[in-house]
Design a protein around this ligand. Structure first.
Ligand code: GLT
Ligand code: MN
Ligand code: MN
Length: 388
């Protein structure tokens, strides 16, 4: 036990598929044994996690009979209770079976879209039965390689129709469930529709009940698109749309690596944690990542421990940043206040416009002033490297 030991109140969660990842990749087979859902719940609880997340088929095999389904669900519920764990988020696997090879909600084939809706309704029932309050949609197969095959505007319309249908279903069932949509630019498709947080936020506003739907941004996915993840998350937070978050790490311009949180781009990870903590984000912190393929089961638990530990170390660093005298002094200098100008700009009025027009600005002096960001950034580096 030290200051960086995770506790339930930190709201750390893991998908069953994350610690259950067996290391299969396009070039090689599985390298480690199955971690059953019950084992995952038990071990993650021991490590200090708050809960788990699942796809329908992470728990209930696609070909399970209704009796088998009920038995599996009962045993899983018992494990959650026994180990004081929550089922926080549910989602549908709409990408693994060959039926989804050209998309689920955006497939050209109405039969595939209808099956995707049927599967989603069942998966929603399962998630709600287990206590989930958040439901994620990751459209992994919603895209194309062959752009001749479908009109992308039609694809968006179909996507909207399906999400609206499920909004209707949830309301009709009186479930207390919010949706979180997860963007990704590519992989497994050549290109995926609604590829980043900004695109997703715009799409959400066109739905039947935008208030019920937010985003589930993932570090690796925005990085694959070459974007600044903290900026994407900030936009979602500021819009009240950060319903869930997938934390991991990723080298730029690579395949979706889903590395241990904070294992790459430590500065980016720091500013992300600082953002979440400064803004009192109180949703779950989900680690959507997996252990290196070199690892056995012990390595999987080291991976899980590492994700949570790094988050807590960065949280402490964020606290130190906010109290660091030299950093705060520099920030005060570069973030000046001007009550008169701020009030003038806060709202348009003909009077404000008139006053603003008359203002004199010494733009030569303003342009010449150095901002001290080299010093500021180095102070952050010193802090992160433990010498501040
Ligand atoms: C899959 C994907 C993740 C999604 C999961 C939810 S499944 O592992 O890579 O980013 O969050 O469907
Ligand atoms: Mn994810
Ligand atoms: Mn990923």
């Amino acid at each position: 036990m030290d200051a960086y030991t995770p506790r339930k109140e930190h709201k750390f969660t893991f998908g069953l598929w994350t610690v259950g990842n067996r290391g299969r990749d396009p070039f090689g087979d599985v390298v480690r044994d199955v971690v059953t859902p019950i084992r995952a719940v038990q071990k993650l609880s021991e490590l200090g996690a708050y809960g788990v997340n699942l796809h329908d088929n992470d728990l209930v095999p696609l070909d399970a009979t209704p009796t088998e389904r009920d038995r599996i669900v009962k045993e899983f519920k018992k494990a959650l209770d026994d180990y004081g764990m929550k089922l926080v988020m549910g989602t549908t696997n709409l990408f693994y079976h060959p039926v989804f090879k050209d998309g689920a909600f955006t497939s050209n084939d109405p039969k595939v879209r209808a099956y995707a809706l049927q599967k989603s309704m069942q998966a929603i029932d399962l998630a709600v039965e287990l206590g989930a309050e958040i439901y994620v949609f990751w459209g992994g197969r919603e895209g194309t390689e062959c752009d001749a095959s479908k009109d992308p505007a039609d694809a968006i319309k179909r996507y909207r129709e399906c999400i609206n249908f499920l909004i209707g279903y949830v309301k009709d069932q009186k479930y207390s469930l919010r949706f979180a949509m997860e963007p990704k630019p590519n992989e497994p498709r050549g290109d995926i529709f609604l590829p980043n947080v900004g695109a997703m936020l715009a799409f959400i506003e066109t739905l039947d009940d935008p208030d019920m739907v937010g985003v589930n941004p993932e570090v690796a996915h925005e990085h694959m698109a070459g974007l600044n993840f903290a900026h994407a998350v900030a936009q979602a937070l500021e819009a009240g749309k950060l319903f869930h978050i997938d934390l991991n790490a990723q080298k730029l311009n690579r395949f979706d690596q889903d590395l241990r949180f904070g294992s790459e781009d430590i500065k980016g990870a720091f500013f992300l944690v600082k953002l979440l903590e400064d803004h009192d984000y109180d949703g779950p912190r989900h680690f959507d990542a997996h252990a290196y393929r070199t690892e056995d089961e012990d390595g999987v638990w080291e991976f899980a421990r590492g994700c949570m530990r790094t988050y807590l170390i960065l949280k402490e660093k964020a606290r130190q940043f906010n109290e660091h005298p030299a950093i705060q002094e520099l920030l005060a200098q570069v973030q000046p206040r001007d009550a008169e100008l701020e009030s003038l700009m806060s709202r348009y009025s003909p009077q404000n416009a008139q006053v603003l027009r008359q203002k004199q600005f010494d733009i030569e002096a303003m342009g010449k002033k150095g901002l001290g960001y080299e010093k500021l950034d180095q102070l952050v580096i010193d802090l992160l490297l433990g010498v501040a």
